[in-house]
Design a protein around this ligand. Structure first.
Ligand code: HCA
Ligand code: CU
Length: 313
């Protein structure tokens, strides 16, 4: 099970977010110290300031693999190759909504040909390739399987099925990844889950239960609209499930704080795990019980997540 942190890709697409290259690079050692080994960073060639961020992140990383984002277009693939990134996440949707809004006039087979060519070009240049069927969760199953098959035949190393609009419920997330697991044995599978319905964490756990190998996350959940699965919340959940050995979860508050400062976006005080009040016991009845026995109202020992639990004096 792997997390790919996309704070510096999906997160940069969030409303009012801006980050300087030095601040982006400063997040890298912290992500690595937490145990993240995969970083998704910008869309190479899309904006000069993003290319500076990508170069700074590549210079700063030690253990982590860095993947950049690309459309299934020759220019994007060329930019990804030129950037020096280890990998590229190529995204191309094949459902009716995507075709009408993003690639009008294109037939599904034309799109699949674009995906095939892009994947082959990136593989030929030695990049690791993830192929994402954008809006996978609103795609007819037959079209989704076909897109995945084409990508694997073309040499993709990993398949991602993004819940681009956050429409999934956990049962559906588990079923989707269980079916993908069955249809594509041995192929690494990734989930990317938007939080529009507030279900991004639940869906990430369910996708893992179904058979996903990777979840793409961002620190504090930053991303388009309501964002995606929060790196820190997901790691805290893995720790709670007894599956957090690969991570130093005591560093989560530092990571959350650093990302908040780098991106210029405060963490809401009630945000789970890293919010200021996440371990605060206000009401008298709670406080008294908690003073006798902290486990009465602490869901986990807070120091395991770098926190202390508190109450009014
Ligand atoms: C986007 C959409 C995306 C892509 C995810 C992926 C989504 O911002 O371009 O490439 O795996 O949610 O579908 O973030
Ligand atoms: Cu997304």
């Amino acid at each position: 099970m792997h997390l790919i942190d996309a704070t510096l890709r999906e997160g940069l697409q969030a409303c009012r977010v801006a980050v300087r290259p030095e601040a982006a690079a400063a997040l890298v050692p912290l992500l690595e110290a937490v145990g993240i080994r995969h970083i998704e960073c910008t869309h190479a060639g899309a904006r000069p300031d993003w290319d500076e961020i990508l170069a700074a992140v590549l210079a700063a990383r030690r253990q982590a693999k860095v993947m950049t984002h690309a459309r299934a277009r020759e220019a994007d693939i060329r930019a990804a190759i030129a950037s020096g990134a280890d990998g590229v996440g190529i995204f191309l949707g094949v459902n009716r909504q995507t075709i009408e809004a993003r690639t009008p006039g294109c037939g599904r087979e034309d799109l699949l040909a674009m995906a095939r060519e892009s994947i082959m070009a990136a593989k030929q240049a030695g990049l690791t390739v993830r192929y994402s069927v954008e809006d996978a969760t609103r795609t007819e199953p037959a079209d989704l399987w076909r897109a995945c098959e084409v990508a694997i035949e073309a040499g993709a190393d990993r398949l991602c099925c993004p819940d681009t609009l956050g429409v999934l419920e956990p049962d559906q997330a588990r079923e989707l990844f269980a079916e993908l697991r069955q249809r594509f044995p041995g192929v690494p599978l990734e989930a990317h889950l938007h939080n529009d319905r507030g279900l991004a964490t639940a869906n990430a756990l369910a996708a893992l239960d179904g058979g996903a190998d990777f979840v793409s996350t961002s620190v504090n959940g930053v991303g388009e609209r309501s964002g995606i699965t929060d790196t820190c919340i997901l790691i805290a959940n893995l720790v709670h499930r007894g599956l957090g050995d690969a991570f130093d979860s005591s560093l989560l508050p530092a990571l959350s704080q650093a990302a908040s400062e780098a991106l210029g976006e405060a963490v809401a005080p009630r945000h789970p795990v890293t919010g200021a009040w996440a371990f605060w016991h206000q009401c008298d009845l709670h406080r008294k019980a908690w003073e006798r026995n902290p486990s009465s109202y602490d869901w986990i020992e807070p120091p395991r997540l770098g926190r202390i639990s508190e109450a009014p004096a």
